[in-house]
Design a protein around this ligand. Structure first.
Ligand SMILES: *Cc1c(COP(=O)(O)O)cnc(C)c1O
Length: 406
């Protein structure tokens, strides 16, 4: 990986016409440590958030030895960089062939389920491979309610009474039992975990089976930007969420169980930025060389406001507009698709123009992972940089990000 002191240095020396991801290894290390030091249990990084080898390697390097995986490609990605790490197969709905591969080739021993037919699928393969069910832990995923940028309870999870039945069935077969939930991504209500723990407590007390663990999933929010024209949702910091969480764990009587979390976003969001180029400025509209089918789909569907910084092209002689006026620009993506327009504007100096660059911050989660080759565009250049996004110089577009002063 090529290396530069800052994203700005990279931009001015390379003058890139294609999007470039700027990776800050130290930021990733610090954010990973911050989570693992605050969470009162085991951290299983959710590989789907960003499964790039350089990310997985960095995480393994700071001691993350457990990964939440959902597919053969994710098993292989983890095994390639961290051969001794444990993998938790937490997808509740799995292909038979993938279950077999997980059990037989990768020797995974922890899985999630939310339906009896999934248990039957697993049991068939366990019997065929002559594995002792007592060596396998099945976590029953329970439905949760709450507000998150991405809500998942409509798709996965057993209702509490159903979860009780599942636990009893699993325990009757001889599997080890756990309970898990995943409240969705980027929670928008601090009480979300408390409510989920309440449901888990209800299920546990009705089921009357021994549990070997509680997996509280992901959803821990990353700090992004804020569109000044919208009402601001105040979210507590990760430290505050964790302090409350530790208290809730005791209140709901789960302090006797080993805990697991599956954070994704909160660990990787800040370690990458993306330098894009303005292909054309049309009034208050900017056409850039990336978009919702490449790195920006998460900000589009999750309506997330990302911080943005203007890197003017020094070769441009004439500019119009006031350099100190930060105004909203509608941002159009690279493809010829009419929906490829961001759902939130970029706030940038009025002087931004064709040929300039924009560094989009905090794009480490669900960006590279969600790229498509639609229309032939596929950003893939990654460089290493040292300076954290917050510390780079230059007109900061979205002045509202909490940790930055405009
Ligand atoms: C996506 C996912 C995660 C990670 O969620 P974040 O919001 O990125 O922390 C964790 N667990 C499961 C089961 C998931 O599907």
């Amino acid at each position: 990986m090529q290396h530069f002191p800052s994203a700005r240095d990279m931009t001015l020396s390379e003058r890139p016409d294609e999007p470039v991801y700027c990776f800050r290894r130290k930021v990733l290390e610090a954010d990973a440590r911050h989570f693992t030091e605050n969470f009162p249990g085991r951290t299983a990084y959710a590989v789907k958030t960003n499964g790039e080898p350089f990310v997985l390697e960095t995480l393994a390097g700071v001691g993350i030895d457990c990964f939440d995986v959902a597919s053969p490609a994710e098993f292989a990605a983890v095994r390639a960089v961290a051969p001794d790490a444990e993998m938790l197969y937490m997808h509740p709905v799995k292909a038979q062939s993938d279950i077999r591969l997980a059990l037989e080739t990768y020797r995974l021993r922890v899985m999630a389920v939310d339906h009896e037919d999934e248990v039957a699928k697993i049991l068939r393969i366990v019997r065929a491979l002559d594995i002792d069910p007592g060596t396998i832990t099945l976590y029953v995923r329970i439905q949760t309610k709450g507000h998150a940028a991405y809500e998942l309870s409509k798709k996965f999870g057993a209702a509490p009474a159903h979860a009780v039945e599942l636990l009893q069935r699993i325990s009757g077969i001889g599997f080890r039992c756990g309970l898990c939930f995943h409240v969705g991504s980027q929670i928008e209500e601090p009480q979300t975990y408390e409510r989920a723990l309440g449901s888990a407590h209800w299920v546990r007390s009705r089921a009357g089976v021994d549990l070997v663990g509680l997996d509280v999933g992901g959803g821990f929010p990353a700090v992004y930007g804020h569109d000044p024209r919208r009402k601001k949702v105040e979210m507590p910091s990760l430290d505050e969420i964790m302090a409350q969480f530790r208290k809730d764990i005791v209140d709901w009587g789960f302090d006797d169980l080993p805990l697991v979390a599956e954070p994704g976003r909160v660990i990787v969001a800040h370690c990458l930025s993306l330098v894009v180029r303005v292909l054309l400025k049309k009034g208050r509209r900017l056409y850039i060389n990336d978009g919702i089918w490449a790195s920006l789909s998460d900000s589009w569907t999750g309506k997330i406001t990302l911080p943005a910084r203007h890197i003017p092209d020094p070769a441009r002689r004439r500019r119009t507009g006031r350099p100190d006026a930060i105004v909203p620009f509608k941002v159009c993506g690279a493809t010829c698709d009419s929906v490829d327009i961001l759902s939130r504007p970029f706030w940038l100096p009025e002087t931004v123009d064709t040929g300039d660059w924009i560094e989009i911050g905090h794009i480490g989660a669900y960006s590279l992972a969600l790229r498509t080759r639609f229309n032939g565009f596929y950003p893939e250049r990654v460089v290493g940089v040292d300076t954290p996004f917050e510390d780079e110089t230059g007109a900061l577009g979205l002045a509202s990000i909490e940790t930055m002063s405009p």
